[in-house]
Design a protein around this ligand. Structure first.
Ligand SMILES: CC(C)(COP(=O)(O)OP(=O)(O)OC[C@H]1O[C@@H](n2cnc3c(N)ncnc32)[C@H](O)[C@@H]1OP(=O)(O)O)[C@@H](O)C(=O)NCCC(=O)NCCS
Length: 135
C-alpha cells in the first residue's frame, strides 16, 4: 500500500503502541514517500488488524515497524506479515530488549542476534539488532 494508507497505519500504530513511541500520519506519509518503503496491511475479515512497514535498499530490507491490533493477537498475523517480508532476502530490524513478545516472534521466524544499540529508544532502553538467518 502507498501513501494513502498513512492515516490507517497511524491509527493502528496508536492503538498498538499506546503509551510508547507512537508515529503519526505525517511521519508515515513521509516514510511511505521515500524510495523502497512499503506497507503491507493484514485484514481480518473486513477489519484492518495489523501492518508491517519495511524499507528495501539494494539487497537489504529493514523492518521499520510491525503492529498487530490487541484484539487480533496470537492468531498468526504478526508471523505472516514478517514471513511476507522475509521473501525479499536479507532482513534486519531493531527491537527493544524489553519487548519479549516481539523477540519471541522474530526468533520463531528465524532471526538471530547481530548486535546491540545502547540507548536506542527515547526512554533510554537498548535495542537488539536482529538479522534473518535465511540468507
Ligand atoms: C509482537 C506482535 C507483532 C505479535 O503479533 P501476533 O499477531 O500476536 O503474533 P503471532 O500470533 O503471529 O505469534 C507468532 C509467535 O510469536 C510469539 N509470540 C507472539 N506474541 C507473544 C507473546 N505475547 N508472548 C510470547 N510469545 C509471543 C509466539 O512464539 C507465537 O507463536 P505461537 O502463538 O504459536 O506460540 C504483537 O504482539 C504486537 O503488535 N505487539 C506490540 C507492537 C510490537 O511490539 N511490535 C514489534 C516492534 S519491533
Amino acid at each position: 500500500m502507498g501513501i494513502e494508507c498513512a492515516p490507517l497505519l497511524a491509527a493502528l500504530h496508536e492503538v498498538t503502541f499506546r503509551g510508547g513511541e507512537v508515529w503519526d500520519a505525517t511521519s508515515f506519509a513521509a516514510l511511505l514517500s521515500g524510495c523502497g518503503t512499503e506497507a503491507t496491511v493484514a485484514v481480518f475479515g473486513t477489519v484492518p488488524a495489523g501492518f508491517i512497514l519495511a524499507r528495501t535498499i539494494l539487497d537489504e530490507t529493514e523492518i521499520l515497524t510491525l503492529a498487530v491490533h490487541p484484539d487480533f493477537r496470537r492468531r498468526g498475523i504478526g508471523k505472516s506479515l514478517v514471513q511476507n517480508v522475509l521473501g525479499k532476502g536479507k532482513v534486519f530490524l531493531e527491537v527493544s530488549v524489553c519487548n519479549i513478545q516481539a523477540a519471541a516472534l522474530y526468533e520463531k521466524c528465524g532471526f538471530v542476534k547481530a548486535g546491540l544499540r545502547r540507548g536506542y529508544y527515547r526512554d533510554g532502553s537498548d535495542a537488539q539488532v536482529l538479522v534473518s538467518s535465511n540468507v
